[in-house]
Design a protein around this ligand. Structure first.
Ligand SMILES: CC(C)(COP(=O)(O)OP(=O)(O)OC[C@H]1O[C@@H](n2cnc3c(N)ncnc32)[C@H](O)[C@@H]1OP(=O)(O)O)[C@@H](O)C(=O)NCCC(=O)NCCS
Length: 317
């Protein structure tokens, strides 16, 4: 008989076993021990043991679900199901459904105003660094079981995130007539930031100690920036040393002048010189400027992430 209970401190090795069986695809890091789980999940200051629910059969953990309530920028309380996995041999017995039901009840009790399955970027408090790639893209299409499961349980597709890779094996040949003038007006600097954007980014991204690339004008004002981090666990899975680039942004008043292309080219060259073989960027599919910006620079789609949403049923609210 399957029993459900909340997380205990002795559970991590059992969670690792489920993780490695439930997420064998390209989008999850293969865990050799429970240290990455400690770093990217359990050590977060907002980790709540009641939000991590295990399904046990006998002495074996056969599945788990992990959820948390996250405030959106506009103050909406989002109940985010961050991860759900059941061992393949135990699928088709209603265990995933029961884990989802219990997670939704947990989220509703804590005031969730909407349910999300998978969180994008800042909506996901856990699993950055071990699931999803360079950022948190919801649940990946390379986990083919996820989408039909959530659609069958009343969720709808809320957001689609495109996962793009730029291979760095070949010499980089990116040119632009504006680069010569930009070189005399701006310089690219690279450093390990002592502080990230805010407390939330410190908690989620800070653990990978990203490098910051900045494009500064002669007065030292930053006109464009990005964070880059070495995706060690993913690189091992893909057999290619890969860097994730996140938060790439050109100051709004400076766009369409070639600054973004100039900075990104400098980043790619720097990474190429350090023998990295690929760069990953994730963008919302509706972000047309970013799509138009990245495709001519050799970025190609390797996967898709989706966030699913469901209204909180009246019985739970
Ligand atoms: C996407 C972004 C980084 C582009 O920066 P930028 O400095 O304006 O881009 P560039 O001037 O270097 O543009 C290089 C090329 O990208 C394409 N491009 C850039 N912005 C575009 C837009 N708004 N619409 C269509 N094409 C665009 C064009 O082909 C352009 O070449 P062109 O100027 O010869 O037409 C910028 O719009 C931005 O900061 N957006 C918000 C953050 C974001 O979406 N980040 C994710 C991107 S990785």
């Amino acid at each position: 008989m399957v029993e459900y209970r909340t997380f205990r401190n002795t559970d991590p090795p059992r969670l690792v076993e489920v993780w490695n069986q439930a997420f064998p695809g390209r989008g999850a890091v293969a865990l050799r021990n429970s240290t990455p789980l400690e770093r990217f999940v359990l050590s977060k200051p907002y980790f709540d043991p009641a939000g991590l629910i295990l399904a046990n059969e006998g002495s074996q953990c056969v599945g788990f679900a992990h959820s948390a309530v996250v405030d959106s920028d506009c103050g909406l309380k989002q109940g985010v199901l961050c991860m759900l996995g059941v061992r393949p041999a135990h699928r088709g017995r209603g265990i995933g459904q029961e884990l989802l039901r219990r997670s939704e009840r947990y989220l509703a009790e804590r005031g969730a105003q909407i349910f999300l399955a998978g969180g994008y970027d800042r909506s996901n408090p856990f699993y950055f660094g071990i699931y999803g790639g360079a950022n948190c893209p919801g649940f990946l299409q390379s986990n083919p079981e996820a989408e039909p499961f959530f659609l069958a349980h009343g969720y709808r597709v809320q957001q689609t995130i495109v996962i793009l890779h730029r291979q760095l094996d070949a010499p980089l040949r990116i040119s632009d007539p504006r680069f010569a003038a930009l070189r005399s007006q701006y310089h690219v600097c690279m450093h390990s930031p002592r502080r990230l954007k805010d407390w939330w980014q410190e908690c989620t991204v800070g653990v990978v100690e990203p490098l910051e690339f900045r494009l500064e004008d002669r007065s030292g004002a930053t006109k464009a920036r990005a964070l880059a981090w070495e995706m060690e666990g993913f690189s091992a899975r893909w057999g290619r040393p890969t860097v994730g680039v996140i938060d790439f942004e050109v100051e709004p008043s400076c766009r369409r002048q070639g600054l973004g292309k100039y900075l990104l080219t400098a980043i790619l060259k720097q990474l190429h010189d350090q023998y990295f073989q690929a760069v990953e960027v994730q963008i919302d599919e509706t972000n047309d400027p970013a799509v138009q910006f990245l495709s001519p620079l050799g970025f190609e789609q390797v996967d898709i992430g989706r966030v699913y949403a469901k209204d909180v049923p009246a019985a739970l609210s």
